[in-house]
Design a binder for this molecule. Structure first.
Ligand code: DX5
Length: 226
């Protein structure tokens, strides 16, 4: 059951990197819950984004939690460095990590919030063994690696299933969705149990600015709660 509070996590992948500090300040003013940062290595996903130096710079311009989505082949190699520059939370994929339990324990050992991420082709059932160890589950609603992709509607029943698993096994755990979230898809994911919405292009690529875009997204999401 959704506790009625919908959190927005602007994904800076779609932001204007030439004005990143200003765009994050606008998102913070518009009530962003956290800042979502996609780290890609060109191996785990077919794209390269950003690394530790950018996170260090962002730490200086916002007090919002910095949530690091690690789309990299070996997340364990970089946890310490991202922690040293002020990251607050790590999102680690189930896919491709043979020692996921160990990685999750390491993140918790660093005192950071830990999430497991599952891709569109990965069933909710894989969460059974590790759900008790996480603060949040992230259901990818696009294939990871790029912004501006269309929402994959076949992920909706899985989000509902993950919500049921969380309510049974790990009440209070956040359910975050990432990819293709906008004013049309936001009420759909909230209606099946998501409570944290990641959005990139729907926040940073709209013509009327970050504040108006976030107000629109928040209003659409809350429609599903009434
Ligand atoms: C994709 C990233 C997303 C992406 C979302 O791999 O994880 O965070 O930036 O962008 P939109 O909201 O444009 O789909």
């Amino acid at each position: 059951m959704n506790n009625g509070i919908i959190k927005l996590a602007p994904s800076i992948l779609s932001a204007d990197f030439a004005h990143l500090g200003q765009q994050i300040a606008e998102a913070e003013r518009a009530g962003a819950d956290r800042i979502y940062i996609d780290v890609m290595d060109g191996h785990f996903v077919p794209n390269i984004s950003l690394g530790v130096p950018i996170v260090a710079s962002l730490r200086r311009v916002t007090r919002l939690p910095l949530e690091i989505h690690l789309m990299i082949s070996d997340p364990d190699l970089f946890l310490d460095e991202f922690t040293e520059v002020g990251s607050d939370a790590f999102l680690v994929h189930w896919e491709g990590n043979n020692n996921l339990h160990r990685t999750l324990q390491r993140v918790k050992g660093l005192g950071k919030r830990v999430s497991v991420v599952i891709n569109p082709a990965t069933p909710a059932a894989v969460l059974e063994e590790i759900l008790r160890d996480v603060d949040q589950v992230v259901v990818m609603t696009v294939n990871p690696g790029f912004g501006h992709q269309p929402f994959i509607h076949t992920t909706l029943p899985k989000i509902r299933c993950v919500r049921q698993m969380i309510d049974e096994i790990r009440p209070g755990c956040d359910l975050e969705v990432d990819g293709g979230i906008d004013a049309t898809t936001a009420p759909l994911v909230v209606s099946v149990g998501a409570n944290v919405l990641v959005a990139g292009s729907a926040i940073f690529s709209e013509g009327d600015g970050v504040v108006a875009a976030m107000q629109r997204l928040r209003a659409a999401a809350h429609q599903a709660l009434t």
